[in-house]
Design a protein around this ligand. Structure first.
Ligand code: 5RP
Length: 224
């Protein structure tokens, strides 16, 4: 079976009646959203907040009742994919460009589950680029600052055009290399005007649900 589907299906087992649920974005979250659609079809009462326009469209199609982020007081559970995660539960997200909404939703959630195939588990994060959402206005200035910090930023391009997020912003992908100094990068990004959010999701999840060749594995975070 598809390892991403295994993870998405397993994570849906944590969804309970009456929950307000954060729905992630990407090819793994796609399977989760389908599984949640099944739960709703079978009578489960829940409400969901999508983390992207793509997930919103999929959830609408499946008849999952949706709320907007400013309609909720809190979120019970957020389930989303990751691009890389290390044994300390430090993750990079935003490969699909939805990191801002994903971080807003995960931060509001009582509990977070990251779903993935086993290729996402790494000893040290950073081989995957670190996505950073930046304002269009002054984006060259923000890029220059990131260049000066040695972050090797590349403005994301998709299908020959500068990629624009669901929020109308650009994405700078930082090429930092595995084992970069996470705290230093996080702190320096915080000093750049025009940086709206970055794809570092540090120790946020309660558990990882990982699809592997040998079946699905659940890894609990002892710190949560
Ligand atoms: C989107 C994300 C995704 O969750 C991340 O890129 C993983 O995607 P996939 O499940 O397709 O590998 O952060 O912004």
């Amino acid at each position: 079976m598809d390892m991403k589907k295994m993870a998405g299906d397993k994570a849906a087992e944590y969804v309970k009646d009456g929950m307000v649920l954060g729905l992630g974005t990407g090819s793994t979250a796609f399977h989760l959203v389908n599984a949640v659609g099944e739960l709703v079809k079978n009578g489960m009462k829940l409400k969901a907040i999508p983390t992207s326009k793509a997930t919103e469209a999929q959830a609408c199609e499946l008849g999952i009742p949706l709320l907007t982020i400013d309609e909720v007081e809190h979120i019970d559970l957020a389930i989303d994919g990751v691009d890389e995660i290390d044994p300390q539960f430090s993750a990079i997200k935003g490969g699909g460009g939805a990191l801002y909404r994903e971080k807003v939703v995960a931060t509001l959630a009582d509990e977070v589950i990251w779903i993935m195939d086993e290729s996402k588990l790494v000893d040290q994060i950073g081989a995957f680029h670190l996505p950073v959402e930046i304002a269009q206005y002054g984006s060259k200035q923000a890029m220059k600052k990131m260049e000066e910090f040695g972050f090797h930023p590349v403005l994301r391009v998709k299908e020959g055009r500068t990629f624009v997020t669901d929020n109308g912003n650009f994405i700078a992908d930082l090429h930092l290399g595995a084992g970069f100094d996470i705290e230093d990068v996080r702190q320096k990004l915080g000093t750049i005007v025009g940086v709206l959010e970055h794809g570092l999701f540090l120790n946020m999840c309660k558990r990882m649900v990982v699809g592997t060749k040998d079946g699905v594995k659940v890894i609990e975070n002892p710190a949560k």
